[in-house]
Design a protein around this ligand. Structure first.
Ligand code: CA
Length: 418
């Protein structure tokens, strides 16, 4: 070992000597040593260059190893979607219990059913699709697709058959400022006409744009608005970010709202994206908890008028006077990223983006079951169809997933099979 080290040192010294004494490179080291007239400073110089060379070599080897690791990781994640699809192909359709309704969509966000059974689908980049016997696409040019914003929620008026009103929640930038709006149109054939902005200037940001809109059993329109990354302001009643709103079908404020002349129904939310009423008429909402390095603490809340749901003051099972803790929440280490909510046959269902799972929870007693965990990738939005089936979507094209060749997809399953 010592001999080996000493041999290596001698070779380095010889090479370095050569560099410092051009013309004497070929002389045997023993002879070169005789020529040594340099001082200690010269020796230091020699060893400095030696050290630098060693560092250069180490850096090169380290960089090569890193490059190989990155290339392998890239390949692994890039092909994850197709590996998942291949694996799925091996399972007979009847055993999966899931039907694929549509494929090759781009970040579908919400599904609604027309009276004739055709399906309307919003795609986040700004398209409204009609999927029935044929497929049609209506582009909404005002939509700004940025981060989590874009064309998001959709609701049909309870009297759609009479008035053709369709409501769309979208991110726009009319005068340079990014905002969210709720627009009401009339749907005439494939055309959206008579646009009416019923809620304007809702806070928007690259992230935390909320976006779910649904009519409640009381005929009012409920809207989830994210905190638009202004977390502290979720506690301000006069700021419309971090809220669940309740308005009449024209956008006006109902006289029985909890805060006079305010569309705010509940506050202290971070990024709620699920709304559903159970068979007792109670409103439930799913909400994304903290993100980044400290992820987790996603929530299922029972929403009551005028109440404060705690963000950003409390999270998880923390409690504080005057604030509501969630009925159910994930732990500090588990992220559901719940992106919708539906109620059917006594159970709530919500899909998870990062959780890549369809979660099922009984309302009483509260419980949690995981369905299709990691099978289809990221899941977003869930709607109960006129056939009683659950329709939900993949969101593997949103830049945070590993899409297969069929993504994004709309899937349906009979909840009685779950
Ligand atoms: Ca909360």
């Amino acid at each position: 070992m010592e001999r080996c080290q000493s041999g290596r040192m001698r070779r380095f010294r010889k090479a370095l000597w050569g560099k410092l004494h051009p013309g004497f490179e070929s002389l045997p080291l023993r002879q070169l040593e005789k020529f040594r007239t340099h001082t200690d400073i010269h020796s230091l110089q020699l060893y400095g260059v030696l050290l630098l060379n060693m560092l250069k070599r180490l850096l090169l080897v380290f960089s090569l190893i890193l490059l190989v690791i990155f290339a392998l990781a890239f390949w692994y994640f890039k092909t994850a979607g197709d590996r998942r699809a291949d694996k799925l192909e091996e399972i007979p359709v009847k055993d999966r219990g899931v039907d694929i309704v549509a494929t090759n969509l781009t970040i579908p966000w919400e599904i609604a059913f027309l009276p004739n059974g055709d399906m309307l689908v919003t795609e986040r980049p700004g398209s409204l699709l009609k999927i029935g016997k044929d497929r049609s696409v209506t582009k909404i040019s005002e939509v700004v697709h940025i981060g989590e914003g874009g064309l998001l929620g959709m609701a049909l008026h309870p009297d759609f058959e009479k008035n053709s009103y369709i409501y769309l929640y979208m991110t726009v930038q009319p005068d340079g400022t990014l905002i969210n709006q709720v627009n009401r149109y009339e749907l005439r054939g494939d055309k959206l006409v008579n646009r009416d902005i019923i809620l304007n200037n809702l806070p928007a940001s690259k992230n935390h744009d909320g976006g779910r809109i649904k009519f409640g059993p009381d005929g009012k329109l409920y809207i989830t608005v994210g905190d638009a990354e202004e977390r502290e302001r979720a506690q301000e009643i006069n700021f419309l970010g971090g809220k669940i709103l309740r308005v009449n079908d024209s956008g006006s404020v109902p006289s029985d709202n909890p805060f006079p002349n305010s569309p705010v129904y509940s506050y202290g939310h971070r990024n709620p994206q699920g709304l559903a009423w159970d068979n007792q008429g109670r409103l439930w909402s799913t909400e994304h908890g903290r993100s980044g390095i400290t992820s987790g603490f996603d929530e299922l809340n029972l929403i009551e008028a005028g109440k404060n749901y705690g963000w950003p003051i409390i999270e998880g099972s923390q409690t504080q006077e005057g604030m509501e803790s969630p009925t159910l929440h994930s732990t500090a280490n588990i992220t559901w990223a719940p992106s919708g909510l539906a109620f059917v046959d006594g159970n709530l269902y919500f899909p998870g983006l990062r959780g890549e799972t369809l979660y099922k929870t009984e309302v009483a007693p509260i419980s949690l079951e995981e369905k299709f965990s990691r099978v289809y990738g990221r899941l977003r939005g869930v709607t109960v169809g006129p056939d009683g089936f659950l329709y939900f979507m993949t969101s593997n094209q949103d830049g945070r997933g590993s899409p297969s060749q069929s993504d994004d997809m709309i899937l349906k399953v009979d909840p009685k099979e779950l």
